[in-house]
Each structure stands twice: as structure tokens, then as C-alpha cells.
Design a binder for this molecule. Structure first.
Ligand code: TXA
Ligand code: MG
Length: 352
């Protein structure tokens, strides 16, 4: 067990009262063995929700062909109903069930990156429920690589609509315990599984237009997409459909988050002495701060991403009023991490 996993439950149990989740019914988190998968499939078929691990983050899933079931996702998450959700598929052979048109660029990206952390935005088939697409004429599709997600999708047979399993506006979950903590007694069935290898949400590419557009950066980089397509993806369109990922509060912990350079971090720690300030440091420990309030992150972007959300949750659970995040390098390899950190910081209430 990593130090992170060992520390997280202890820190969460010290959360401020309003942050503390009610005790879990022990049966909520289930092992992803044959029996667990069968139980999850039965729940999905009955129109119930199932949270499951993917290689990015945990998803909160429902039968994508059952609008009533998908509506339950929005209700449980507290997410506005016009936000589209991604449909997860077992393999690219199921694309035609949901997509009306599959341009060559989509085929090429699917071929290269699926199963994996890439979501393609495609023209939808008319049968796809409006609640899945947020009423848009496109649908987001992705074939995840996590073994538990794959087992579930294979046994279920159809598409599973799933946003990240966090409560709306909170940090995405990367453990079954995070999901349980967000929903307390209202927690759905949660399939356990190995920790997500990526740790942040999938790269989203819109392939419905002339030029591919990168709607959300992720582990699959713009350069990798360019390598496959021969053109660099454009940024999001000004009038592209709004993704909840572009709302300020989307990846936010309860504490204010501020992105700072190390020197500024040291200065702020001095000027905030006596207040509860936590630190997400890069590579080197921060002296003279209670160990409970410091997390030292890896200096490799992919490893940083894997640990980011669990650490933000753990620091948030200390009841810190401010989390200082040491700014990672501004290089393409860090684009997805910097994107998530900026979103977390933008929602901060520290007035700067
Ligand atoms: O890695 C992931 O993508 C995770 C795991 C569970 O697969 N899912 C995830 O879902 O991050 P969610 O709902 O938290 O974020 C999905 C993003 C949202 O920003 C949503 O607006 C966007 O995908 N999206 C979904 N369908 C879309 C569509 N038709 N057009 C534009 N954006 C879409
Ligand atoms: Mg999300």
C-alpha cells in the first residue's frame, strides 16, 4: 500500500463536520469478481446506478439506452440536466449503435488510442436519449481500458452512460472510498478495482467538424493526436457546446486553492502563520509545516496526475482554509495537470 492510500482514510476521518459523510453500509463497495459484476449488471438492467473504476477516474454509470436511469445520475450528482454524459463502450465495433457518422479521423483515433483515455465527440444517432446528449446533436463515446470497466461493459453488452462519479463541483474520485464518501447513505453500488492508472479525466476530441478540436486536455496529448491525424487539433470553439469541465467550480475542493511558485509559497506560509494552510508541493518537502498538511508530488506529469485528486481530497479533508499548490512546469507534458489545477484554483475564495 502506498503512503497515500495509507494516509487518506485517516485524514478523511478528521474532516470538518459538514464535510464528513455518514457511515457507509458495508455492502455498498463490492469486489469486481464474477458475482460482483453480475450484481452490477443486474442493477444496470434494472435501471439502477453503478459506480465503477476506469483508468481515468471512477464513473457513475447507468444504462445509456434507458433515459429514466440516466436521469438518476443527474439527480444523485446534483448536476444540471443539460450537461451531456459520455457513453462508455466495450469496443469500437459498438460505435454505430450511438454515432450516426464516423469520419476517418474518428476511426484513426479509435484505432490508435482505444481502449484508453480518449473520448470522441461524434454526430449522434437519433435514438440516443436526449438526457445523454444534453439535447445536442452529438454524443461523447469512449472505450475505457480499466479491466473492471471492460468486464462490466462486456457482461452488460450495451453502452454505459457515465460522468465522473464525484458530486457535481467536487474533485473526481479515484478510489471506491471517494465515491462512498461523496454520497454517504445514498451511495450506489460501487465496484472496487485497482487504482486508475491515469488519474485525471479523458482527453476529449470533437471530430464532427472540418478540424478536430481538443475540448479537454488529458493523458493523450495534442501532439499524439496530431501524430495520428497529421493536423494539430484546434482549441475549443467559442460557441462549442459548454462542457461542465469548463465551469469554474468543476474540479474544486472546499478549501480555496492557489497556484504559486515555491518562493511565493514560502512567503505566503510565513504571512499566513496561525491559519490552517495546506501545501501540495512539487518534489521537495516544505519545511516547518505539519506533515498532515503537506503532500509532496512526483515531478513526472503522468505520476502527478495519478495522485492529484486523492491528494486534493486528503488536504481538503484536513479542514485547511487554503491549499497552496506549487505551480508545475508550463510545458505540453503538464497541460492536462495544469488545466485541472487552474480550474481548482479559479473557484478559490481567497480573493486573489
Ligand atoms: O475520463 C472520463 O472522461 C471520465 C470517465 C468516467 O470516463 N468521465 C468524465 O465525465 O469525465 P464527465 O461527465 O465528468 O465529463 C465529461 C465531459 C463533460 O465536460 C461533458 O460536457 C463532455 O464530456 N461531453 C460529453 N458529451 C459531450 C458532447 N456531446 N459534446 C461536448 N461535450 C461533451
Ligand atoms: Mg466530471
Amino acid at each position: 500500500m502506498s503512503e497515500l492510500e495509507a494516509n487518506t482514510p485517516a485524514l478523511e476521518s478528521e474532516a470538518a463536520p459538514e464535510a464528513a459523510a455518514p457511515a457507509q453500509p458495508p455492502s455498498t463497495i463490492i469486489a469486481p469478481d464474477e458475482e460482483g459484476i453480475a450484481r452490477a449488471v443486474a442493477a444496470l438492467r434494472a435501471g439502477e446506478l453503478v459506480a465503477f473504476p476506469t483508468e481515468t477516474v471512477y464513473g457513475l454509470g447507468a444504462d445509456a439506452d434507458n433515459p429514466e436511469a440516466v436521469r438518476k445520475i443527474f439527480k444523485l450528482k446534483g448536476r444540471p440536466a443539460d450537461h451531456p454524459v459520455i457513453v462508455h463502450l466495450h469496443d469500437a465495433g459498438q460505435l454505430e449503435r450511438y454515432a450516426a457518422e464516423i469520419p476517418p479521423a474518428a476511426r484513426a483515433l479509435a484505432q490508435r488510442f482505444w481502449p484508453g483515455p480518449l473520448t470522441l465527440i461524434l454526430r449522434r444517432r437519433p435514438e440516443v436519449p436526449d438526457v445523454v446528449t444534453g439535447g445536442q446533436d452529438t454524443v461523447g463515446l469512449r472505450v475505457p481500458s480499466h479491466p473492471v470497466a471492460r468486464k462490466l461493459l462486456e457482461a452488460f453488452g450495451g453502452g454505459i452512460a457515465a460522468p465522473s462519479a464525484n458530486k457535481f463541483g467536487r474533485v473526481s474520485p479515484t478510489t471506491a472510498q471517494h465515491v462512498a464518501a461523496d454520497y454517504g447513505h445514498h451511495a450506489p453500488l460501487i465496484l472496487d478495482g485497482e487504482a486508475p492508472a491515469v488519474g485525471i479525466e479523458s482527453t476529449i476530441v470533437d471530430v464532427t467538424g472540418e478540424t478536430p478540436r481538443l475540448l479537454r486536455p488529458g493523458a493523450i496529448t495534442a501532439a499524439q493526436i496530431e501524430e495520428v491525424l497529421g493536423v494539430a487539433p484546434a482549441g475549443p470553439d467559442a460557441d462549442a457546446p459548454r462542457a461542465p469541465g469548463s465551469l469554474d467550480k468543476h474540479y474544486a475542493p472546499k478549501a480555496a486553492v492557489r497556484l504559486v511558485k515555491r518562493t511565493e509559497m514560502i512567503e505566503l506560509l510565513a504571512s499566513h502563520r496561525g491559519r490552517r494552510v495546506a501545501v501540495l508541493a512539487l518534489e521537495i518537502n516544505v519545511p516547518r509545516l505539519s506533515p498532515q498538511l503537506v503532500r509532496v508530488m512526483p515531478a513526472v506529469a503522468s505520476q502527478y496526475a495519478r495522485e492529484l485528486y486523492a491528494n486534493l481530497r486528503a488536504l481538503d479533508a484536513t479542514g485547511a482554509e487554503l491549499i497552496l499548490v506549487e505551480q508545475p512546469p508550463q510545458t505540453p507534458a503538464w497541460a492536462a495537470v495544469n488545466d485541472r489545477l487552474m480550474r481548482a484554483a479559479r473557484s478559490g475564495g481567497d480573493g486573489t
